[in-house]
Design a protein around this ligand. Structure first.
Ligand SMILES: *[C@@H]1O[C@H](CO)[C@@H](O)[C@H](O)[C@H]1NC(C)=O
Ligand SMILES: *[C@@H]1O[C@H](CO)[C@@H](O)[C@H](O)[C@H]1NC(C)=O
Ligand SMILES: *[C@@H]1O[C@H](CO)[C@@H](O)[C@H](O)[C@H]1NC(C)=O
Ligand SMILES: *[C@@H]1O[C@H](CO)[C@@H](O)[C@H](O)[C@H]1NC(C)=O
Ligand SMILES: *[C@@H]1O[C@H](CO)[C@@H](O)[C@H](O)[C@H]1NC(C)=O
Ligand SMILES: *[C@@H]1O[C@H](CO)[C@@H](O)[C@H](O)[C@H]1NC(C)=O
Length: 421
């Protein structure tokens, strides 16, 4: 082996060593030269991706997206996506922004020097999707005596939102399920509730909470719509009805849905010719005995039907002295069902309050007068007797009586006066 060959081999191995060491060195310095920070951003927001440089020597800096497409080649835009902007390029810091971030932008963004593609730093971009206000689906509609099934749905969130059903500030436990839709999650919470008529209109709410909402909640309010069969009640008029009176019968109806129209009828007969129906009220003016009968008010909805009846008896026009109009006006406030009128008795009863009061007053006056007369009589007799006695006494023991009167002071002053009289 010739020395030349030997030295050549040596220089080759030396240069290889140098090359290796420079690679190692650059790797070492690279490890310290670039630092990338993880970023979390809300969907639709703007992410800042920063690469910190140390000992920057003017090499080309390459930034790539998670699919390893080059976004910026030493400050020059390489990918046509205007959402990316280079905002800073200094020997210490390279910073790009990504606006209107979507979940598909998630992943590792690479910062590297062009001369060294074996080593890179990755900034992981995480996108958080807060839930929208959830929606409520009615799976089985609420019918009195049954059960309602309600599903609260939050179709998109990341990480999954937490859904709670609340009624009167208390949580109603439900069945929660999650379904992944690509990168986001659809969450639902289904409850079943027994419902009664009184629950109609009750307020429930479904609350979605999420780390990105920082303690706040997205709330959907829901009012229970409990269907039930109608109830019907005729509000009867007060007092008895006579020929010539007018009558209006009001039918009070409940139900969900509220029956749209009610039917008036007369049992085994047709409605009188002059009967008028306006809204829920049946009006009959100038009653006659031909109006006698049982009147029905009926209503129905999809959940049932209901009826109430009123028996009308029109009385003869006998007592002309009694104003008939006083008994004809119906007072809806009185809920007494089916007035049971006794012909003249009822009239006497309704008008007897005044005579009784008068008699009572006269009696009281009489008693008072008698008492007054009694008092006066007694007083007069006592006075006569007293004066007679004192006169007698004065004759017997004048001094003693006068002394006693003075000693006893005011109490006997009356006696003294009498005595002086
Ligand atoms: C950045 O995110 C990645 C992936 O989620 C993780 O492996 C890495 O440890 C994170 N780095 C820092 C500095 O938090
Ligand atoms: C890369 O860009 C930086 C900053 O603008 C510049 O200083 C450097 O010379 C560039 N390097 C190359 C190789 O063009
Ligand atoms: C943001 O991105 C979405 C699709 O990811 C797009 O529908 C929307 O129009 C964008 N908004 C803006 C302001 O660019
Ligand atoms: C209606 O007629 C039927 C049979 O004709 C009878 O049984 C019923 O009592 C009647 N109802 C009234 C309220 O008059
Ligand atoms: C109507 O009812 C009244 C009271 O019961 C009764 O006196 C009268 O005879 C009835 N008239 C008819 C036509 O039925
Ligand atoms: C009943 O009496 C009223 C008032 O006194 C009168 O206007 C009406 O015509 C009478 N009706 C009948 C049927 O006699």
């Amino acid at each position: 082996m010739r020395p030349g060959q030997r030295s050549l081999r040596f220089t080759r191995s030396l240069s290889a060593l140098v090359l290796q060491s420079t690679i190692l060195l650059s790797l070492c310095s690279w490890g310290q030269a670039v630092q990338a920070e993880n970023v979390t951003v809300l969907e639709g927001g703007t992410a800042q991706i920063s690469c910190r440089l140390q000992n920057y020597d003017g090499s080309i800096v390459v930034i790539q997206n998670p699919r390893r497409q080059t976004l910026f080649f030493n400050g020059t835009r390489a990918l046509k996506d205007d959402r990316f902007q280079m905002v800073l390029f200094t020997p210490r810091l390279v910073r790009i922004t990504l606006s209107n971030v979507s979940v598909s932008d998630e992943g590792g963004y690479f910062c590297q020097l062009y001369t060294d593609d074996t080593h890179h730093q990755v900034a992981t971009l995480s996108v958080v999707v807060p839930p929208e206000v959830p929606s409520v689906e009615v799976k089985t509609e609420a019918v009195e005596g049954g059960e309602v099934e309600l599903t609260c749905l939050s179709p998109r969130s990341k990480p999954p939102a937490t859904l709670r059903w609340v009624r009167d500030r208390r949580e109603i436990p439900g069945v929660v399920s999650q379904q992944e839709n690509g990168k986001t999650v659809s969450v639902s919470n289904t409850i079943r509730l027994p419902v009664e008529r009184k629950d109609n209109g009750a307020a429930l709410s479904c609350e979605a909470s999420h780390p990105a909402l920082v303690g706040q909640k997205r709330v959907r309010h829901y009012r229970l719509d409990v269907h039930f069969a109608p109830t019907v009640r005729i509000i009867p008029p007060q007092g008895i009805l006579r020929e010539g009176d007018s009558l209006s019968l009001t039918c009070s109806v409940t139900g969900n849905p509220l029956p749209r129209n009610i039917q008036w009828s007369r049992v085994n007969d047709t409605l009188p010719e002059r009967a008028e129906i306006s809204g829920n009220t049946l009006v009959m003016s100038r009653l006659s005995q031909s109006h006698n009968g049982t009147y029905l008010c009926q209503a129905h909805n999809n959940y049932g039907r209901a009826a109430d009846h009123y028996m009308l008896l029109v009385y003869e026009n006998v007592s002309v002295s009694v104003t008939p109009s006083s008994t004809s006006s119906p007072t809806p406030s009185s809920p007494s069902l089916e007035p049971e009128p006794r012909d003249p008795g009822a009239v006497v009863e309704t008008h007897s309050a005044v005579p009784y009061a008068v008699i009572g007053g006269v009696l009281a006056l009489l008693v008072f007068t008698i008492i007054c007369v009694l008092i006066v009589t007694i007083w007069c007799s006592v006075r006569q007797k007293g004066s007679y006695l004192t006169h007698e006494a004065s004759g017997l023991d004048e001094h003693g009586e006068v002394q006693e009167a003075f000693l006893n002071g005011n109490d006997t002053s009356q006696g003294k006066k009498e005595y002086l009289l």
